[in-house]
Write a protein that binds this ligand. Structure first.
Ligand code: NDP
Length: 461
């Protein structure tokens, strides 16, 4: 048996990398982990966590307005962007510290450097030029925003990375894209008082979500004052006195302070030595893995966004735990990518799990759709004209709930619990015999007794 410096070496200190390194080290394995930027990865440093803090910050403008309906007089309010950034940075530094501490406590060796593969068992640590060897290697280098270098003026645009550290809050912003990041940031900037426009190439934002929620969110965002331009794309961005001039394919001309591109993300695989090690990638530069996250090289695994399976933090963590079971616990375990609950932290929020109505209708001969649209109780006294939408999609043949979709406050929190019920294979009858929690919005999920409509062989009946 050849001897190696490490049992496991992990490249990338994000959600998947840190989890696999920490747990392997706690099992007594000799583990090294290298990160070139900051431990915590996209989620903690410039993704989910700071984004959610921004969401909270941006909701206060509506909270102040709503308070009047409940008898409160709120004095003049002002917002200080720099103060928010400083508070956010402090929290992110604290979390990064916890990630490092977790690795340290488990006795993983932490390297603050970029690392590249030299061959299937050798890693070069760029800061010192040192090479180390490992029996098993995990690639968990994540992804980064697409730069869209073909767009004239792309270098004048920001991505979500820069949005977390803008020197000043812009007065106006144009956000390109209709996915999670574009929609979430459009609501954040609008809530903070920025004149916000979203431009999206398709007919309706959030292409992979249930049509009802997409439409409902679109309407709610426009009602707040967010401008949404569909079926259009930016064709050029130009610097002019006092801002940027943007031209679109449909011949619109917009003048804004800032343009943000949120057009998907690219796996971080460049110059990583993958070719030298023999690790195969697909045409998008993502590492190809089998059902156990193993690459084309048997001792090298890849986890999380770098594999471009499902770009979500909990998925990377789950893949890491399956890797540990498979490699260190003699229990081959495939990551389960079925029925992943997810939330879009738009305002109102989206929470969803399972099949959309459109997909379910294609897959099953007959489905029942239970749908409720109502004004949430909180909006009565506040006078806000917002609507909640709740939908359950049921397979008529076995009564199983195969999709659950919510638009409205705390939809993400509800999606987490609905995820359990769908994973457990609950039927609509299980929902019906569950007692309601009153008065909540969620009680609607167990009180929709008759289907709003059915779809039989693709036809609504
Ligand atoms: P998404 O894949 O969600 O959205 C990308 C958007 O860009 C889509 O609207 C897509 O359009 C559009 N697009 C792609 N290429 C082009 C192009 N060439 N020209 C014009 N438009 C284009 O990616 P995001 O960047 O928003 O987010 C990346 C990932 O991060 C997400 O997939 C998600 O998994 C994760 N994420 C999760 C969050 C959460 O859980 N709340 C929050 C933020 C990110 P089309 O739909 O037509 O293809």
């Amino acid at each position: 048996m050849p001897s190696f410096d490490f049992d496991l070496f992990v490249i990338g200190g994000g959600s998947g990398g840190v989890r696999s390194a920490r747990v392997a080290a706690s099992l007594g394995k000799k583990v090294g982990i290298a990160e070139e930027y900051r431990y915590g990865g996209t989620c903690v440093i410039r993704g989910c966590v700071p984004k959610k803090l921004f969401v909270y910050a941006s909701q206060y403008s509506e909270h102040f307005e709503d308070a009047a309906g409940y008898g409160w007089t709120v004095g003049e309010s002002t917002f200080d962007w720099k103060k928010l950034i400083a508070a956010k940075d402090k929290e992110i530094a604290r979390l990064e510290g916890l990630y490092r501490k977790g690795l340290d406590n488990a006795k993983a060796e932490i390297f603050d450097t970029r690392a590249e593969l030299v061959d299937a068992h050798t890693i070069k640590l760029l800061k010192t030029g040192q090479t180390v060897t490992a029996e098993t290697i995990v690639i968990a280098t994540g992804g980064r925003p697409n730069l869209h270098t073909a767009l004239p003026g792309y270098e004048l645009c920001i991505s979500s990375n820069e949005a977390f550290h803008l020197e000043e809050l812009p007065k106006s912003i144009l956000i390109a894209g209709g996915g999670y990041i574009a929609v979430e940031f459009a609501n954040i900037f609008h809530g903070l008082g920025v004149e916000t426009t979203l431009i999206y190439r398709g007919a309706e934002i959030l292409s992979r979500f249930d049509q009802d929620l997409r439409k409902g969110l679109h309407e709610a965002m426009e009602e707040k004052g967010i401008r949404i331009l569909c079926q259009d794309i930016i064709s050029s961005v130009e610097k002019v006195d006092g801002g940027l001039t943007v031209r679109t394919k449909n011949d619109k001309v917009l003048h804004v302070d800032t343009v943000m591109l949120a057009l998907g993300r690219t796996p971080n695989t460049e110059s990583l030595g993958l070719d030298a090690a023999g690790v195969a990638m697909n045409e998008h530069g993502a590492v190809i893995v089998d059902a156990y996250s193993r690459t084309s090289v048997p001792n090298i695994y890849a986890l999380g966004d770098v594999t471009d399976r499902v770009q979500l933090t909990p998925v990377a963590i789950h893949e890491a735990m399956c890797f540990i079971e498979t490699v260190y616990k003699n229990n081959p375990t495939r990551p389960d990518h079925d029925l992943i609950p997810t939330a879009v932290f738009s305002q109102p929020e989206i929470g969803t799990v399972g099949l959309t109505e459109e997909d379910a209708a294609k897959r099953y001969p007959e489905i029942e759709v239970y749908r409720a649209q109502f004004r949430p109780m909180k909006a009565t006294l506040s006078g806000r004209s917002e609507k909640m939408i709740m939908k359950l999609i049921v397979n008529a043949a076995d009564r199983k709930v195969i999709g659950a979709h919510i638009l409205g406050h705390d939809a993400g929190e509800m999606a987490q619990l609905l995820g359990i019920t769908l994973k457990a294979g609950c039927t609509k009858d299980d929902f019906d015999r569950t007692m309601a929690v009153h008065p909540t919005a969620a009680e609607e999920l167990v009180t929709m007794y008759s289907p709003s409509y059915r779809i039989r062989n693709g036809e609504r009946v």
